[in-house]
Design a protein around this ligand. Structure first.
Ligand code: TRP
Length: 443
């Protein structure tokens, strides 16, 4: 065990940190609108099936790699096999850098919206007017960048504290806060008159709307939502104590992530239907439709502020894991101090994110392959780098280090792992084939 590498203090701390990584804007902002656009429950069922087969298997694979190597993603592949494999880790680092650059932009919006809700700037029940407010805000050159800077500073602040005193400590406070906020908001939403219609839409599957594209969307969403494919879970797995039960932890993290996604839909869909808005609204669902919904009910500003606070918290614990991957590499392999690595790379990632923010306003004319900078970054990372990373991670654990990985999962034979054969089968065949198909059809 490398001297000076941090460790999670407890099983709970590890599970909450990993769940903090997984539960993010992807669950609360993206999942409900994707469900809305893809026929409701049909998408939900598909998403859950993929999450608990391929997603869960790849998460356990990442934990096993990290736990076996006790290293950042690049160092982990180098230690366990070497050859060209560390390139997979390097691609992961790149993905983390890119994802955090635009993630910080959207996360900044969520903080801005807490402030706007509290100051009454969102008090309108006209989606068109709120759409105007949102459009004006995200296209302004200064305000969103300032909030992005604030969010990145918070992220750096948590990572500076280290694995135990920073990440674990904050996740142990923020994750329970997130669950409580979520439950409060769901109770509010489900008790609105007319909520049933939204629940029916959300929970009744219409498989006629499932196309190959739905499949793609569901798998990409599962990967992004579970923080898979770039080594975030390798990095967190490298901080667990050897006696940890990795399989149980992976089930917990996957279960919590899926639960929050489902609950986010239960929060949003009834409210949207109760006030007669369009569930297929797309990305505007959280920032445009929901404020309108909130404005139409008593104490709406408070509920709106709580909702965006929920999003900010979810975003922060996710961003922390993205920055930690980069920091772990420079600490493990390049001899950086944690403080220097966190501050320097937090700042660089912020700078790379600025064009993403500006691409929605003053730089909107600048496009590559028809996409603005933010969309391009999102596409390259989410649709290319993550599936590619997941593909190689599955192959690596399934074919290259499988016996070693089984040792890690069973703690050298001390705990039973009845799903070993199934896990191997999914990693060797199901996951690589499914991912390859998605990558190819996605291009
Ligand atoms: N899972 C987070 C979300 O749903 C985002 C995230 C954090 C992520 N770390 C990641 C995505 C690593 C992919 C890889 O918002």
């Amino acid at each position: 065990m490398a001297a000076g590498r941090g460790h999670f203090g407890s099983r709970l701390g590890f599970v909450l940190a990993a769940a903090g990584s997984a539960v993010g804007i992807g669950n609360i902002w993206k999942f409900p609108y994707m469900t809305g656009q893809n026929g409701g429950a049909a998408f939900l069922v598909l998403y859950l099936a993929l999450t608990f087969t391929i997603g869960l298997s790849v998460m356990l694979a990442e934990f096993a790699i990290g736990s076996a190597a006790q290293r950042n993603p690049v160092g982990a592949f180098a230690r366990l096999k070497g050859g060209l494999w560390p390139v997979v880790g390097a691609l992961g680092l790149l993905a983390g850098f890119v994802i955090l650059s635009f993630y910080g932009v959207v996360a900044g919006w969520t903080i801005a919206y807490v402030v706007k809700a509290l100051t009454g700037a969102l008090s309108s029940n006209d989606p068109e007017q709120l759409g105007g407010i949102f459009g004006e805000f995200i296209s302004s050159p200064i305000e969103p960048v300032a909030y992005q800077a604030l969010f990145m500073a918070l992220t750096v602040g948590v990572v500076l504290g280290g694995v135990h005193d920073g990440i674990e400590r904050w996740c142990k406070v923020l994750m329970p806060a997130l669950f409580i906020l979520l439950l409060v908001l769901i109770v509010r939403s489900l008790t609105l008159p007319g909520a049933e219609e939204g629940i029916a839409f959300y929970l009744k599957p219409d498989f006629s709307l499932v196309t190959a594209e739905t499949f793609n969307g569901a798998l990409a969403q599962a990967f992004f939502s579970l923080s898979l494919g770039m080594g975030a879970m390798i990095t967190y797995g490298s901080y667990v104590r050897k006696e940890e039960n990795l399989a149980t932890s992976a089930i917990w993290v996957t279960g919590l992530d899926a639960t929050v996604a489902i609950l986010a839909g239960l929060l949003i869909m009834p409210a949207v239907f109760a006030f007669g808005f369009n569930p297929a609204e797309g990305p505007g669902l959280s920032f445009v439709t929901l404020p309108a919904v909130f404005s139409s009910m008593p104490f709406g500003e408070v509920f709106a502020a709580l909702f965006f606070l929920l999003l900010s918290i979810a975003a922060l614990t996710s961003a922390v894991s993205l920055l930690e991957v980069v920091v772990a590499y420079f600490v493990d392999e390049r001899g950086f101090g944690r403080k220097k690595a966190a501050t320097l790379f937090g700042f660089l990632i912020f700078l790379v994110g600025v064009p993403s923010s500006l691409s929605l306003g003053v730089w909107s004319d600048f496009t590559i392959a028809g996409k603005g900078f933010l969309d391009l970054m999102d596409f390259v990372a989410t649709n290319l780098l993550l599936p590619l990373g997941g593909f190689f991670i599955a192959l690596f654990v399934g074919w290259v280090i499988y016996p070693r990985a089984i040792e890690e999962v069973t703690n050298r034979g001390e705990i039973a792992f009845p799903a070993a054969r199934l896990w191997g089968f999914v990693l060797r065949f199901v996951a690589p084939i499914a991912i390859a198909w998605i990558l190819i059809s996605g291009l």
